[in-house]
Design a protein around this ligand. Structure first.
Ligand code: DGL
Length: 270
């Protein structure tokens, strides 16, 4: 693999959710440039077939490699859970493939081997069984309880956060019997950090709610350090591409990235 130290970090998601991870990376690694692609034209990935998700992910990977990206980060749990084996093989000769599940599982499972862990995510992420499988490999005594929460992505993408509608949906999901014994909840979708505080409040702050963004960014820094691939100064500026664009999207992108960004429309699907 011939990754170029001065190349940017390529990040993609089905929409703006991956911007939560991009934001953590910029906080931790301000000298790295990033190229982001949000496949809004195909959002959500959470109920697409694995074939479709792999097809989109490969095409986006090729696009990011065209920018000489040294890392291709699938900032989407659905991609990381459903098509990761094939996608990482597809990527690895040209850039370092990184997903958003492995670092989080390692961190959570090692911290408390007897933990009672809940996972929420898209239907695809939960039905794949990837989180419980990976947690059990590291920590066989852990108890894992998973729940698909498919309404949360469209709810967030439509801007329903910190209001009665989102509180009611969050309450309806998290009151599910399946999650009643958990001490830790993994937010298994990169959209969810935006509602993390609402979720913590639902549990009266008694459940540890794990947001993968910073954990993934910290692990990425170690990967770059050990591969001697840390950039010393961002030479090019960050780019943010989306396959579809509305004014409204520009607004929520800023909430996700916590800074104003310029989204460039690029629809290479046609
Ligand atoms: N943000 C994505 C994830 O982490 C998924 C949202 C979707 O497209 O369904 O799973």
């Amino acid at each position: 693999m011939a990754a170029n130290k001065s190349g940017p970090i390529g990040i993609f998601d089905s929409g703006v959710g991956g911007l939560t991870v991009a934001s953590a990376i910029k906080q931790l690694l301000p000298d790295e440039a990033i190229v982001y692609f949000g496949d809004i034209a195909h959002l959500p990935y959470g109920d697409k077939s694995p074939e479709a998700i792999l097809h989109y992910s490969k095409k986006i990977t090729d696009f990011l490699i065209g920018y000489d990206c040294k890392i291709i980060l699938a900032a989407c749990n659905t991609v990381s859970a459903t098509v990761w084996g094939e996608l990482s093989r597809y990527t690895m000769k040209r850039a370092i493939p990184v997903n958003v599940i492995d670092s989080v599982v390692k961190r959570v499972a090692k911290l408390n081997p007897d933990a009672s862990i809940g996972i929420i995510g898209t239907k695809n992420t939960i039905n794949s069984g990837t989180y419980p499988d990976k947690i059990k490999k590291i920590s066989p005594r852990a108890r894992v309880f998973s729940l698909p929460t498919p309404l949360l992505v469209p709810m967030i993408e439509e801007g329903f956060v910190y209001d009665d509608i989102s509180n009611a949906i969050i309450r309806a999901y998290l009151s599910n019997e399946v999650l009643k014994e958990i001490g830790t909840l993994i937010l298994g979708c990169t959209h969810y950090p935006v509602i993390r505080n609402q979720i913590r409040k639902f549990y009266d702050f008694r459940v540890e709610v794990v947001d993968s963004a910073m954990i993934v960014a910290e692990d990425l820094r170690s990967t770059l350090e050990s591969g001697k691939l840390l950039g010393s100064e961002a030479k090019s500026s960050d780019r943010f591409f989306v396959s579809d664009h509305t004014e409204y999207f520009g607004k929520i992108a800023t909430i996700f990235f916590e800074k104003k960004i310029n989204l460039e429309k690029l629809d290479f699907w046609k």
